[in-house]
Design a protein around this ligand. Structure first.
Ligand code: COA
Ligand code: AMP
Length: 629
């Protein structure tokens, strides 16, 4: 079948389409139907089925003869270690950890936070939690104590599973002090923690609260899989919104299994047994869906890579891993390719490796710039697929579905909507715009299985963030257009979210941190264009009247403060003091105008600007940081 036929089949009968896809999942009790729309505009999928995530990702493969197949390849150029874990071994280890959690009182519906680097045990922790029907919330290791504390207070976990440390190029990041700090700050206290001790920096354990993973695993009674309802949350993943309070995206179990499994062949073009590698981090949605769950649900081998695209040890690492482990489909962020391209523009490293195993490459997390795509096409001579999705959707909204049909690539476009997504470009009044016209990108409700049904403990915020602007639609927060062939072009965010090295960050959250500095009266954080990371945050601060501290000193303190409060992942290193910020007459800060000035792009003088002369001052300040040249 061609893509257009598959899409048309979904459009004609979504219920039949998803019930058919659901057959690839092993249910303890089959759902009576796919869509549950009784509470529209809140929708759920497969609610009355009974199913277990871990059973589908691990146990069933052992039962079906894949026990000796490698499930996880751990490849860590940063420590020089590698490991291969078969499905049978994975089952034993996961069941043991799950048993430990149960023995310590974790039950169905309880939350467990996971704060770990890219080691195979991170996946085991996720699977162990879902095995017993508990709900995990993985927090990215690059977030600092305060961010972790915010998530602890929102998710109220009974337990936290962490590693003693993560390893970044040139430094060991001790996670345990960050975890201890977070538990101190948080109002909610977990009953206990489980710590994976790593030899690079073992942690001190607090008697009675902290437990050594290895000790627990050695003495555990294995736990069986606990079937849960199709609409039982498998996990909560926090993502940046417009404020410092992150949004807890919920993922329901049934739809998650069905949708992810469907994507593995249809989008990523792999069959069970093939090796699939995503160079990202389990702390992000890409890591949840495509390092952990989808490849395992589908019976593939997944690679857990603890390294960077460059510097661990060189720009050939990606190609080494692909050829060594026979990777068939590879997925990373455009920024990672930009980093490789910068060091190896002519692809000298690529020539050193036999990449005949590799059939296709996928990019997501940020807009894939045409230069990067063309470079990859020329170097690798295979399909390079840009695909567009979000934490909220959990899988691609638009892609080139190579497993169905390879559509022509159009540079700058993540291609066409996937089945399940009726994507429309709307004007401010919610009317559909013709091809070629830029507008808000919205998806007609219901969203497909596997997408967010709600936000954790925040139904009103769910509605106001996504559903209220365009009744009957989900508002993506992205702006863009469609061309005459139905290809989508994703151009910008419509909110204060920026994308730094494929990581989604809230400028509002950073502004909250800057505003907490005692000398800062007012501030704005904007996302400026960066050739490597796509965007970088840049802070403009106004000091309190009467402050006699040197500007540079306060700016440097602000940089330090963001690193301490949000974490190194914010990559907040640009900060400058200004006398005043450009505003409208009603007092709204003109952030978009400042972005245009910084990037040197054309802009229209806002008609409502209070005092146009401020823009010259802003230009000077930005020039002092190397922008607006
Ligand atoms: N734990 C602790 N610190 C972390 C961390 C973690 N898990 N991950 C990143 N950091 C730190 C880094 O050490 C760095 O600190 P520094 O300011 O002291 O240098 C900072 O956070 C920013 O990290 P990063 O964004 O990784 O930038 P980088 O300059 O080290 O590397 C790239 C640049 C392009 C190589 C890198 O960003 C990259 O590989 N990006 C791929 C992104 C990706 O996979 N995105 C997921 C969406 S698909
Ligand atoms: P996240 O939730 O962290 O995955 O970030 C999602 C956001 O990243 C989207 O809303 C887009 O703004 C951006 N994004 C992700 N993939 C793409 C892509 N292929 N093209 C353009 N923007 C993208």
């Amino acid at each position: 079948m061609a893509y257009k036929d598959v899409y048309a089949a979904w459009q004609a009968d979504p219920e039949a389409f998803w019930m058919d896809a659901a057959q690839a999942i092993d249910w303890d009790k089959l759902p009576s139907k796919a869509l549950f729309d009784e509470n529209a505009p809140l929708y759920e999928w497969f609610s009355d089925g009974m199913v277990n995530t871990c059973y589908n990702a691990v146990d069933r493969h052992v039962e079906n003869g894949r026990g000796d197949q490698v499930a996880i390849i751990y490849d860590s150029p940063i420590t020089g270690r590698q490991a291969k874990i078969t499905y049978a071994e994975l089952k034993t280890r996961v069941a043991a950890l799950a048993g430990t959690l149960q023995e310590k009182g974790v039950e169905k519906g309880d939350r467990v936070i996971i704060y770990m680097p890219m080691v195979a045990e991170a996946l085991m922790a996720m699977l162990a939690v879902t095995r017993i029907g508990a709900i995990h919330s993985v927090v990215f290791g690059g977030f600092a104590s305060k961010e972790l504390a915010v998530r602890i207070d929102d998710a109220k976990p009974k337990a936290i599973i962490a590693a003693s440390c993560g390893i970044e190029p040139g430094r060991v990041v001790a996670y345990k002090p960050l975890l201890d700090g977070a538990i101190d700050i948080a109002e909610h206290k977990p009953d206990f923690t489980i710590i994976l001790q790593r030899e690079e920096s073992p942690a001190d354990l607090i008697e009675g609260r902290d437990h050594d993973w290895a000790d627990l695993e050695a003495s555990a009674t294995p736990a069986d899989c606990v079937p849960v309802e199709g609409n039982h949350p498998a996990y909560i993943l926090y993502t940046s919104g417009t404020t410092g309070q992150p949004k807890g995206v919920i993922r329901h179990t049934g739809g998650h299994l069905v949708a992810l499994n469907w994507t593995m062949k249809n989008i990523y073009n792999v069959d069970p047994g093939d090796v699939f590698w995503v160079a990202s981090d389990v702390g992000w949605v890409v890591g949840h869906s495509y390092i952990a769950y989808a490849p395992l649900i589908h019976g593939n081998t997944t690679v857990v890579f603890e390294g960077k695209p460059v510097g661990t040890p060189d720009a050939g690492t990606f190609w080494r891993v692909i050829s060594e482990h026979k990777v068939k489909s590879f997925f990373t962020a455009p920024t990672a390719f930009r980093a490789v391209k910068r060091e190896d523009p002519k692809g000298e490293f690529i020539k050193k490796y036999d990449l005949s195993c590799l059939k296709q490459v996928y990019l997501a997390g940020e807009r894939a710039d045409p230069d990067t795509i063309v470079w990859a096409q020329e170097q690798l001579q295979m399909p390079i697929v840009d695909h567009w999705w979000q934490t909220e959707t959990g899988f691609a909204i638009a892609a080139n579905p190579l497993g169905i049909e390879e559509l022509p690539t159009k540079l700058g476009s993540p291609s066409v909507p996937m089945p399940g997504y009726d994507v429309q470009i709307l004007d401010e009044g919610g009317h559909e715009l013709p091809a070629g016209e830029l507008g808000a990108i919205a998806i007609k409700l219901p969203l497909p299985p596997g997408t967010l049904p709600n936000l954790w403990n925040a139904e009103e915020r769910f509605k106001s963030s996504y559903l209220n602007t365009f009744p009957g639609y989900y508002e993506t927060g992205d702006a863009g257009y469609k061309d005459e062939d139905g290809y989508l072009y994703i151009m910008a965010r419509t909110d204060d979210v920026i994308n730094v090295a494929g990581h989604r960050l809230s400028t509002g959250g950073m502004e909250e941190v800057l505003a907490s500095h005692p000398d800062v009266a007012e501030c704005a954080v904007i996302g400026v264009t960066d050739t490597l990371k796509g965007q970088l945050p840049l802070g403009l601060i106004c000091l309190n009247a009467g402050t006699d501290r040197p500007d540079d000193e306060v700016a440097a303190e602000c940089v330090k403060l963001v690193r301490e409060k949000i974490g190194p992942v914010a990559a907040f290193k640009l900060c400058v003091v200004v006398d005043r910020l450009p505003k409208t007459r009603s007092g709204k800060i003109l952030r978009a105008t400042m972005v245009s000035i910084a990037d040197g792009t054309d802009y229209k003088m806002p008609a409502t600007i209070d005092d146009p002369a401020v823009l010259d001052e802003i230009r000077d300040a930005l020039q002092s940081l190397g922008y607006s040249q």
